[in-house]
Design a protein around this ligand. Structure first.
Ligand SMILES: Cc1cc2nc3c(=O)[nH]c(=O)nc-3n(C[C@H](O)[C@H](O)[C@H](O)COP(=O)(O)OP(=O)(O)OC[C@H]3O[C@@H](n4cnc5c(N)ncnc54)[C@H](O)[C@@H]3O)c2cc1C
Length: 606
């Protein structure tokens, strides 16, 4: 019989694993018109269960808010229950579920992972990218040739893929040569293991029981997130779409570990046993699944972070492949998607030949620090959540007030709004005082401005989509003031010099605007007398690019944006990265500060 020839192909980026991280990555790259393939060992996508919480920062980031909000439930309130004197539990307090005042969407949404994945899958289909299912990698090698590794046009990663579902006689294997490989293959990542990347942290595993159901219950807070501390254990309830709820409970080793083998024995704990555990904690309230248990799992997880997130800036791991933690903080899917986008825009710039490899190193420095912070938070919060409640018999237990205060104190972190990236080539920490309300290294906060051409109020975040372009926000101050007008015109003259970043990094042959930068002008002034044609053409490349810091016609919002962002009458230049984070700030008369920022990682087009 003839031996089938092993097909050979090249691709810019191969993504291994099509969970939330892999799909976010593949979709972002496809949107950036990068040649991307994504493979997954599963024959079909996740249909139910697994992660379900989306935090405020994720909602506001990726242009997915509208569909998310349509399909999910919003979680606005958290309720805290503790032991009562009569032997059951009682409500001790209620508080906002999210404590992050600058969040555009100050709530979480809950929706099953499969539905969230569908948002990305639909977007990818429209861009001609499909997940190649029933496909696993069997070998991966990176070239040892330093010249090849430094050449951004080379394909130095060789991966053998195996198809698990091809008819006999057809080639099962394919050799793929990729410029970059992203391992988003979950907590047991094959990619991570191939490069012997250690998972650092606690070696002990925690076992969570998880149930989805439509409940019949008299528990008053069933439509709030409820954090229940009882003398029989702790339970977390999360409201879900279609009248469902999610019930989480941390299980004790004695209930689930087989003493003979020392290993988890799933025979010892099924959904009925879990339901009993939840019911004991919720007593005196009843909990009856009306249409059976819709999904359940035993979710076994340690609190660990990978020692490295990248190998030679050519192979990367993201999502659960590089950090695992409990589901309590609701961060699994959020952290994974945010890792993936942080990496995707950087890879897209490299593939286009627009950036130096130093930019890629910031993926690990930014996201590993975040992952370490997440694990520290998870350890502290888990200990409080799983600890015995404070009672007369247990004076060392967790006080309800302390638990609720901790939940609120870390709202900035769990909401994703307070994520902060340290200085690097992608974050310049100079000139913070020029816009004191815009924290360098943090996401650009939402605010509404009035579009000069038609007085249409616009949310600024909608002008900063998560893509692969840098946005340059020009706060001109009051252009009707002759002194300020002169300052703005001088800035424009400087930015148009051949050696300024705008011209240095222009793409030859592209005459319709600059594909790397989008310039948005925000002026002081009143809509009634405003003349946008007075601005130099650089600041109004299109009529839709000029905004005024003024109120809307009902005077219900707007008009205080300069104040909120801490920008004075002399104006400011703000460079916002493709992921919506503030990369650099400069005074109008120091354009060279932005030249230096972009020169630290940007490349002149060949
Ligand atoms: C069974 C299970 C139950 C979970 N329950 C909860 C929960 O109740 N609450 C919660 O918050 N989080 C839960 N999680 C975690 C949550 O799903 C993740 O935090 C989140 O999905 C992270 O996304 P990810 O893309 O990094 O990883 P994953 O969602 O794990 O996606 C990894 C993908 O890679 C694929 N893959 C794995 N190995 C290979 C390979 N060798 N080749 C090709 N493809 C591969 C997998 O099929 C999968 O599609 C659960 C995870 C699992 C696996």
């Amino acid at each position: 019989m003839p031996v089938p020839v092993v097909p050979y192909s090249e691709v810019d980026v191969l993504v291994i694993g099509a969970g939330p991280a892999g799909l976010m990555c593949a979709n972002a790259l496809a949107n950036a018109r990068v040649n991307v393939r994504v493979v997954d060992k599963r024959a079909v996508k996740v249909a139910a269960g697994q992660a379900d919480g989306i935090s405020p920062r994720t909602i506001e980031s990726y242009g997915i808010a509208e569909r998310l909000i349509r399909e999910s439930v919003q979680v606005h309130q958290a309720a805290f229950y503790n032991p009562s004197s009569s032997g059951g539990i009682e409500l001790t307090s209620r508080a906002p579920d999210v404590t992050a005042p600058s969040a555009r969407y100050p709530f979480e949404v809950a929706l099953h992972q499969g539905a969230i994945e569908s948002i990305f899958l639909d977007s990818m289909t429209a861009l001609g990218v499909e997940v190649e299912r029933s496909t696993v990698p069997t070998s991966i090698e990176i070239s040892k040739d330093e010249n090849e590794l430094m050449d951004s046009a080379s394909h130095p990663v060789r991966v053998t893929l195996q198809r698990l579902d091809v008819p006999e006689g057809q080639p099962q294997e394919e050799i793929v040569h990729a410029k970059y490989v992203v391992g988003t293959d979950g907590a047991h990542s094959w990619v991570r293991k191939q490069f012997d990347i250690a998972m650092e942290g606690e070696q002990s595993e925690f076992i969570w029981g998880v149930l989805d159901m439509v409940p019949d219950t008299d528990f008053p807070d069933v439509r709030n997130k409820s954090l229940v501390h009882s003398n029989h254990g702790s339970v977390l309830l999360v409201p879900r779409e279609q009248d469902r709820i999610r019930v989480y409970m941390q299980l004790e080793d004695k209930d689930i570990i087989n003493p003979a083998t020392g290993r988890v024995d799933k025979e010892r704990m099924g959904p009925e046993e879990m339901l009993d555990v939840a019911r004991r904690s919720l007593y005196p309230y009843k909990l009856i699944p009306t249409t059976g248990i819709l999904w359940w799992t035993l979710y076994i997880i340690g609190q660990r972070v990978a020692s490295r997130f990248s190998i030679k800036n050519r192979v990367f791991i993201a999502g659960d492949a590089c950090h695992t933690h409990s589901p309590k903080a609701g961060q699994g899917m959020n952290a994974s998607m945010n890792d993936a986008h942080n990496l995707a825009w950087k890879i897209a710039l490299l593939v286009r030949g627009w950036a130096e490899p130093s930019l890629l190193s910031t993926y690990e420095s930014e996201r590993r620090k975040y992952a370490l912070d997440l694990i520290s938070f998870d350890k502290m919060f888990s200990t409080l959540f799983s600890g015995k409640p404070l009672t007369e018999e247990n004076s060392h237990g967790v006080a309800p007030e302390h638990f609720m205060k901790t939940f609120q104190k870390f709202g900035g972190f769990t909401s994703g709004i307070g994520v902060h990236y340290n200085p690097s080539v992608a974050v310049s920490d100079r000139n913070q005082e020029v816009a004191s309300g815009l924290v360098i290294g943090e996401r650009f906060p939402p605010y509404k401005f009035i579009r000069a051409a038609d007085a249409w109020p616009f949310e600024i975040q909608d002008l900063l989509p998560s893509d692969f372009r840098f946005k340059l926000l020009v706060f001109t101050g009051d252009f009707s003031d002759p002194l300020q007008q002169a300052r703005v015109k001088s800035m424009v003259a400087n930015i148009q010099k051949p050696e300024s970043f705008l011209n240095r990094y222009a793409t030859p042959g592209k005459n319709s605007g600059n594909p790397r930068f989008d310039i948005i002008t925000i002026s002081k002034g009143q809509k009634e007398g405003f003349d946008l044609l007075q601005f130099p053409t650089l600041l109004r490349s299109h009529w839709s690019k000029v905004f005024i810091d003024d109120t809307d016609f009902t005077s219900s919002f707007g008009g205080r944006g300069y104040l909120y962002y801490g920008v004075g009458p002399e104006g400011a230049l703000v460079a916002v990265r493709p992921d919506g984070y503030i990369g650099a700030i400069a005074p109008l008369d120091h354009v060279e500060e932005l030249d230096a920022y972009f020169a630290s990682f940007m490349k002149i087009s060949a």
